[in-house]
Design a protein around this ligand. Structure first.
Ligand code: COA
Length: 330
């Protein structure tokens, strides 16, 4: 089977990371943990945390501004602005509308996508649909995550895992063979309670009980999530490769979601991709939810790890449960 022709391609990418570096030793001053445990179980050495005044929309707009610059277009050229976030600044309106106002994307429709760590890849597929239908010439797909605002800083099993940051890409209709070659997305709502925030939404509104139980913060069944992550990312990667008509050994670089180095290694093994061909930044940033992949993509391009002609496999997994994978041709 020959490789399908992409419908859309990347025109530019960008990222924003807060300046504040928080090491594992710093975390050990907050909860009962240590550098050795965090490094060996997760591969994380440090993460970036934003200050109280920095919102997800601000981080997303900064990443978006860089992606627009990199694409050589202005904010008014964007017709669709999608923000993936698990940490919306407010319940209403969307973080995308706040980012739109900051960016000046005055000709765009703007909305959020809620698919946790998988949200940016979901957003790319949505943008592909809008662009292909002729609804927009350029789509800006941002991931913006302020995980520090939703983790329970008294729970050592979760707070050590996450970090803040944002990534973005501008997409346009493909003119040649470069772009999104294949995509696979799935979700399973039956397993929602493996990773969720039980209270504070419309079904269990915020009250003193929610606050006392800390039910407005992230709860996770770590081992179950781990098993599902490996299984689902392997399934998604295999489907995306099949959709592209290629095998793992034809991939030049893999950019997996950066939740845990052991999940990354297991996924790469299933996809038959050696670790030398896997982009890793979980050591520097921890799990930035849906921002992990676009930040890694922007870094890999900047570092020259992605060159014209290369094929990249990306795979993700997150709360929902949600998962997915894509093959990109550069
Ligand atoms: N520091 C020190 N000890 C810790 C700790 C920490 N930060 N967090 C947990 N522990 C302890 C536990 O209390 C437990 O102690 P016990 O045996 O005395 O009860 C022990 O370490 C083992 O805990 P366990 O949860 O079994 O560890 P694990 O090997 O499963 O690793 C995770 C835990 C969270 C690192 C792992 O399950 C994981 O990565 N899960 C997926 C998380 C994820 O990726 N989520 C986002 C998906 S997008």
């Amino acid at each position: 089977m020959s490789q399908p022709k992409p419908l859309v391609e990347f025109a530019g990418t960008g990222r924003f990371l807060p300046d504040r570096v928080v090491t594992n030793d710093d975390m050990a001053r907050i909860v009962d943990t240590n550098d050795e445990w965090i490094r060996t179980r997760t591969g994380i050495r440090e993460r970036r945390l934003s200050d109280d005044d920095t919102t997800a929309a601000m981080m997303g707009a900064e990443a978006g501004r860089k992606a627009l610059e990199n694409a050589g277009i202005g904010p008014e050229d964007v017709g669709t602005l999608i923000v993936s976030t698990a940490t919306p600044d407010r319940w209403l309106p969307s973080t995308a509308c706040d980012a739109q106002a900051l960016l000046g994307c005055s000709n765009a429709m703007a909305f959020d996508v809620s698919a946790a760590c998988s949200g940016w890849l979901y957003g790319l597929s949505m943008a592909e649909g809008y662009l292909t239908a002729g609804r927009a010439r350029y789509a800006l797909v941002i991931a913006a995550e302020k995980m520090s605002a939703i983790v329970d800083w008294s729970d050592r099993t979760t707070c050590v895992l996450f970090g803040d940051g944002a990534g973005a890409a501008v997409l346009r209709r493909a003119e040649g063979d470069r772009g999104i070659v294949s995509a696979f997305h799935r979700s399973d709502g039956h397993l929602a309670e493996l990773l969720y925030r039980p209270g504070g939404g419309a079904s269990v509104p915020m009250d003193e009980g929610v606050l006392a139980r800390r039910d407005h913060l992230l709860k996770m069944s770590g081992r179950e999530i781990f098993k599902n992550a490996v299984r689902s990312m392997a399934e998604a990667a295999s489907n995306a490769l099949e959709g592209a008509g290629i095998s793992g050994d034809e991939i030049d670089l893999m950019i997996p979601h950066q939740a845990n180095i052991r999940i990354v290694e297991a996924t790469a093994k299933y996809a038959n991709i050696p670790m030398e061909k896997v982009y890793v930044n979980v050591d520097r940033y921890g799990n930035m939810s849906s921002s992990s992949i676009p930040v890694a993509l922007d870094e890999a391009l900047e570092e020259g790890r992605i060159q014209p002609g290369m094929r990249v496999l990306t795979a993700t997994f997150g709360a929902g449960l949600t998962w997915g994978a894509m093959v990109w041709q550069f």
